[in-house]
Design a protein around this ligand. Sequence first.
Ligand code: PLP
Length: 434
Amino acid sequence: MTVTQQMHHPDLNLLMDILPEESEVSDTGELSIGGVPVGELARQYGTPAYIMDETGLRRQIRRFVQGMKSRRPNSEVLFASKSLPCVAMYAIAQAEGLSVDVAGGGELMMALTAGVNPGNIYLHGNAKSDAEIQMALAAGIRAIIVDNFNDLDRLEAMATKKQHVLLRMIPGITPATHASQVTGGNDSKFGLPPADITRAIERIARHPLLYFEGIHVHIGSQVLETEPFAQAVKSVAEFGSFDTYDVGGGLGVKYTYDEIAPSVEDYLDTLTEAAARLLPAEARLIIEPGRSLVARAGITLYSVNTVKTTGKTFVAVNGGMADNIDIALTGQRYEAVMASKIGAEPTVVADVVGRQCESGDLMCADVPLADPQVGDLVAMPATGAYAYTLANNYNGACKPPVIFCANGSSTLAVARETYEDLLRTQQPALQRRW
Ligand SMILES: Cc1ncc(COP(=O)(O)O)c(C=O)c1O
């Protein structure tokens, strides 16, 4: 393909479909999120920065919460908080009527700090420690999802008052998604094989303080069809009659102009129709969306640090795989736009790359860009899920801040890490030995 063939900028409607719902583009082509222009956000908080559209996020939460309640009154939507674990987000989840699932002690601590009612918290994990089980028991959380017999050993030994548990079963379903995002295949490290479930249920039933509520499955993430979710319902239904069936999360989202994702409504229709057909009428149905709740509400805002042409043209931004490792980890593709020049005629087709020392730190290939200059702002849409939470310190990067925007004002939810933060855990004593 020649440069001129590639050099078209996407239709504004295509872009608006992957930007947060409360996005606007000014007459001069400047993007704003929740009514706050990106230039203002960059001046106030610096870049890179994770910017969240709080209004769009709350609207999406309501689509799930109200959508589930209207289709199946005896149901519960848990925010899979691994997708965006920060105190501000836990507080929003609680205020909007979501329960939360936590994947370990750290997330549990943040949820409790945010004021989430312990009665709305569920604990997951395939390698829970004694300390984490103890924390969960002491907090009096709603349920612990038992993943294996060692979890059961610990619970049997440590429970001092009544504790509800669910059992995670391997459903043997492998939806079409990236291999690292399939969790429900027969050789999964998560959960117990179906053949072990009856034995686990019997053990729980024998314990005076443990109460067996039902079965949990999670088939994978970024699943772009609805049918596997009906299969997930079938896999738990086949196991018998319980109080609760938790079919996990996994609904995929639209990251790129050409990607097609099911709507929340289609997903809920498929799930609840399968549940109406296959589950006991009075049973509670739980889902655990993460990505599909928060991904679209977020963008990452970068500044251009370098523009250069070698065999191809590169626009290098001041972030990369340290703040969005999903691209390298799962092969997820994203789009990138010049955030203050939207709609301007492209002058170059370039690879937008990060600043980390890996050739795999390619953020977006062959992007038509309007005259990219050092200091220009670049926005990467649909980064509200699994970007902040997977951020790391590779090459000494400081994790970017998280900022929530609504109705023209912005609030800092997580501060930018500093070099002092990086040094805080380093031990100078060791340096002296060398
Ligand atoms: C047990 C469990 N529930 C829910 C989720 C959320 O998945 P997603 O963000 O794809 O909705 C995950 C993610 O891996 C998970 O492991």
